[in-house]
Design a protein around this ligand. Structure first.
Ligand SMILES: [Zn+2]
Length: 293
């Protein structure tokens, strides 16, 4: 009986996934098409702006530079000095799954990169233990966009249509290449890509809280668990599922080229920021718990 229910759920999952439209992340929002022409962009300026913001968010008594706990080591890697892109990795003594979390590829999708940074802070100061495995965090990938509340780069490039990137290309392609090369070198078991759903310009609702998968990536059971978690816990975000991540997105490209499973998480922009960060963290923590981390 249980097997039958599981099979039906699985069939339902694939039916929904097959019928799914593109994600809420497709296409730049209207009004964002013109780069911030009235603003002169110096990378160091955004770096300072972001650092100040990050500092005000650090809980009292905790420091971004706090010593790691005895059993968890921390590595900071500068992926691009020009674009203020860093990746921090926390590694437990016990071997386990390696998860690479990417937030703020779209700079104005704030809850994603704030949730990623909140997790990194907790792992750094030891308030969140890591039982096994490895967690890498790169956020916000679009540092200029995050500092200026813009989806795209200073050069008005959508990084999530620019993968695998080009080190000699435009700013978005350079950022995409720096990130993609690091993911290729790290060879994680799973990539989490944190976004927020667009609110449509006609005033209709966004696609809501959702997860997006590429093709069959061997994580169907985890997907089912995420989709049904709200049945058991009303505080867990109720998730829609979509397939067919767009060409040039990290989801599509890491799947096609690196053969890595990627889950894109989208939060519902109609909710307030605190709720959206909470939803992002619930999904992240569900996945970490799934792998016993
Ligand atoms: Zn997005």
């Amino acid at each position: 009986m249980k097997n039958n229910i599981y099979r039906i759920q699985k069939q339902l999952f694939f039916a929904v996934a097959a019928a799914a439209l593109l994600s809420g992340c497709t296409g730049p929002a209207k009004g964002e098409s013109a780069a911030a022409a009235d603003t002169v962009w110096f990378p160091a300026e955004a770096s300072t702006a972001f650092t100040e913001e990050a500092e005000t968010e650090t809980p009292a008594g905790a420091s971004a530079a706090a010593a790691p706990t005895e059993t968890v080591s921390r590595e900071d890697a500068l992926l691009s000095d020009t674009y203020d892109l860093t990746r921090v990795t926390f590694t437990a003594e016990a071997a386990g799954t390696s998860i690479y979390i990417v937030g703020g590829i779209h700079g104005n999708e704030t809850a994603g990169w704030k949730a990623a940074n909140a997790l990194a802070r907790e792992l750094s100061d030891g308030t969140r233990k890591l039982a096994r495995g490895k967690v890498s965090v790169a956020a916000p990938v679009n540092a200029w966009g995050a500092a200026h509340d813009k989806r795209t780069t200073y050069g008005n490039v959508d990084i999530n249509r620019s993968f695998p990137g080009d080190p000699a290309g435009n700013d978005g392609e350079q950022i995409a290449a720096a990130l993609f090369d690091d993911i290729r070198a790290q060879q994680p078991d799973l990539v989490l890509d944190l976004h927020e759903a667009l609110v449509h310009t006609d005033g209709s609702d966004s696609l809501g809280n959702s997860i997006i998968c590429g093709s069959d990536q061997g994580i169907e059971e985890l997907f089912l668990g995420l989709l049904t978690a709200s049945d058991r816990d009303p505080d867990f975000p109720k998730l829609n599922v979509f397939g067919s991540p767009p060409a040039g997105s990290i989801n599509r490209t890491a799947g096609d080229i690196l053969h890595l499973p990627v889950i894109t998480v989208e939060t519902r922009r109609e909710d307030d920021l605190e709720q959206r960060i909470y939803s992002q963290l619930r999904v992240i923590e569900y996945i970490l718990a799934w792998y016993g981390m």
